[in-house]
Design a protein around this ligand. Structure first.
Ligand code: CDP
Ligand code: CDP
Length: 230
């Protein structure tokens, strides 16, 4: 075969997509693609330029002009580096400010068009674990393995709180996190362009109470099952 399979992982914030996708990619020796990081980088650029979220023309112009660079690291400990317009934005795209604005930017047609084109380029040769919101439904509808990861809002907020604590950004209120996550879920799943939803042929994994390695194991199993059915 000249094309390696694509593993598409979608789901809401805090479901474990990034963590698990990286583990799966490392175990299967595939390339990991974090599409959320691309929407975050575009959001960072819009904010940095002082463009308001409703200025769709100016945003479309930026989306058209700038490619996002991702340098995958094979080291599971260090994050994939993200660059836009000559800036290393690996860290700044994770700030609460970017997080609060990313869903509004990701809902714009021009932004999705440009980023999806870049994502499809990554997938040309296959051999990819891509995670996001619309990978199985829109970016790679022919992906060989499709996973829809979920967890309750409570569990996802608890995970995010732990994330912030380990980054030294403590004292983020759990109720507030639950509210933010529920709001982003709502925005992502009700927007008109490529909303977050489970592809019909995706395997749904409910991850409350499951460890990272258990979830990783289930996805690796789906991949191996696919290979043995060829
Ligand atoms: O890691 P977390 O779930 O917080 O978010 P992310 O995966 O980094 O994605 C950030 C935001 O980008 C999401 O809330 C979506 O609004 C948007 N996104 C999207 O619309 N489509 C994707 N394929 C990936 C992310
Ligand atoms: O990418 P997404 O927003 O879907 O989630 P993430 O950033 O990969 O995961 C959020 C947090 O949950 C991370 O700190 C993971 O270590 C943790 N996690 C977990 O505790 N149990 C799982 N089964 C999966 C992830």
């Amino acid at each position: 075969r000249d094309r390696q399979p694509i593993v598409a992982i979608d789901g809401p914030a805090g479901a474990g997509k990034s963590t698990v996708a990286r583990q799966v990619a490392a175990q299967l020796e595939l390339v990991y693609l974090d599409t959320g990081a691309m929407y975050r980088a575009m959001t960072w650029l819009v904010l940095q330029r002082g463009i308001t979220l409703d200025d769709e023309c100016a945003i479309a112009e930026l989306a058209d002009k700038y490619e996002i660079e991702l340098t995958p690291t094979s080291n599971l400990q260090s994050p994939v580096k993200v660059w836009i317009d000559g800036n290393d934005v690996t860290q700044v795209i994770r700030t609460p400010e970017v997080t609060a604005n990313v869903s509004a930017i990701a809902a714009q047609t021009s932004v999705r068009k440009s980023l999806v084109r870049q994502q499809k380029n990554w997938g040309k040769k296959g051999g990819l674990v891509a995670e996001g919101r619309d990978i199985g439904t829109h970016v790679f509808p022919d992906a060989e393995i499709k996973i829809f990861l979920t967890a309750s809002v409570k569990e996802r907020a608890r995970r995010r709180q732990l994330d912030y604590e380990t980054q030294g950004l403590s004292s983020i209120n759990l109720k507030q996190l639950e509210k933010d996550i529920a709001e982003r879920d709502w925005k992502d799943s009700t927007r008109t362009v490529s909303p977050l939803r489970k592809a019909e042929d995706a395997v749904e994994l409910q991850t409350d109470g499951l460890s990272i390695s258990e979830v990783t194991g289930k996805i690796v199993y789906q991949y191996q099952k696919h290979l043995s059915n060829l």
